[in-house]
Design a protein around this ligand. Structure first.
Ligand SMILES: [Fe+2]
Length: 354
């Protein structure tokens, strides 16, 4: 299919001449005013517009300004047709967005070659744009895939570590679900709106599975001990928070973005801190504890109580666990987060099949 050229000129002799010069090579549409041109454009998209500068009702400059500010037409190249070859007119035409201009009366060879060159450039431009779009799409897809693989590896690794203390691997998945529920609900209800921005929310949900990764360095004799830990064993166990940060820095410190690494590290390091300041490892209190870690603390304890471990039997039903969490409001946990989580009790019961 040959290209379509819209020629806009109030002088019908010029329209006929343009048709004569270009008609054998291109399909020509003619309009004898700016208004007629816009009417044509409502239902058609030419590949090029040849536009007369001096027309009675609407000048060519006005017409091109209208074309260039309307995204339906702004990418169509425009060549000006003018009998006025002054530098001033020429400047005005280019400023208005013309790609070229052709003097009148037409010299057939000049008109043909300007039109041909503009259409070739346009095709080249379009081809480049298409290529960039396609490559951007491929890059985005690849980045998404790498992200997915990274998540699989992270969750897989976290599951392996969790399986050592006899949890079924559900802990990683479940705590991530609870964290996601809490984050979304806090956002919905307007809590912590300055912190809970889109990126932060995504980072917290993605980071949740890594909260106990440091347990890999805790010996089985402590991790799997059925009874109470001695003081020394408990001190060793507490170190999993700091071990986690070391491991996180080593394995994702260089490949993930800074904000994400900060969130993962905060969750890992501070998820055993308590609202009243008596937790570990730093003894931070209240809002000194990063929000992500306060959320993790509630999700983590809920799951630890609700599920079975080699050293403890499960506490059921959900209501009973919620009562324990409520008792920890303002001592162990951020009261707002507990309230929000308790508020989702019905949803939780459905997820857990109660
Ligand atoms: Fe932990």
């Amino acid at each position: 299919m040959s290209d379509v050229i819209l020629v806009v000129d109030d002088d019908s002799a010029n329209l006929m001449l343009a048709h004569k010069i270009l008609g054998g090579i291109y399909r020509i549409a003619a309009a004898n005013s700016g208004a007629a041109a816009f009417k044509y454009l409502e239902n058609n998209r030419p590949d090029l517009i040849l536009l007369d500068v001096n027309m009675p009702q609407r000048s060519g400059i006005e017409a091109i300004e209208k074309l260039k500010t309307d995204e339906r037409y702004s990418s169509i190249p425009v060549i000006f047709l003018t009998a006025d070859k002054s530098a001033e007119t020429e400047t005005k035409c280019f400023q208005a967005g013309a790609v070229d201009f052709v003097g009148k009366p037409f010299v057939p060879e000049i008109l043909r070659s300007r039109v041909k060159r503009t259409l070739e450039l346009e095709q080249y431009h379009y081809g480049l744009e298409k290529l960039v779009r396609e490559q951007t799409r491929q890059l985005e897809e690849r980045a998404k895939r790498i992200d997915e693989i990274q998540n699989y590896v992270i969750v897989g690794m976290a599951n392996l570590i969790e399986s050592r203390d006899g949890s079924t691997g559900k802990h990683v998945k479940n705590t991530q679900i609870y964290v996601t529920m809490i984050v979304n609900e806090l956002k919905r209800l307007g809590y912590f709106s300055k912190i809970l921005e889109e990126d932060y929310m995504q980072n917290v949900c993605k980071a949740a599975p890594l909260h106990d990764i440091g347990k890999i360095k805790i010996p089985d004799s402590i991790l799997q001990k059925p009874g109470r830990l001695t003081e020394e064993e408990f001190r060793e166990m507490q170190k999993h928070t700091e071990y986690s940060v070391e491991i996180i820095k080593n394995i994702i410190g260089d490949v993930e973005d800074e904000e994400y690494v900060k969130v993962v590290s905060d969750i890992a390091l501070y998820h055993h801190e308590r609202w009243d300041g008596t937790g570990y490892p730093k003894g931070l209190a209240a809002e000194q504890i990063p929000l992500c870690a306060r959320i993790m603390a509630v999700a983590d304890v809920f799951d630890a109580l609700y599920e079975e471990r080699c050293y403890k039997s499960p506490i059921r039903p959900v209501r009973k666990v919620m009562e324990i969490l409520e008792k920890g409001k303002g001592t162990q946990f951020d009261p707002v987060i507990v309230d929000v989580f308790v508020g989702m009790e019905q949803e939780l019961k459905e997820i857990l099949g109660e």
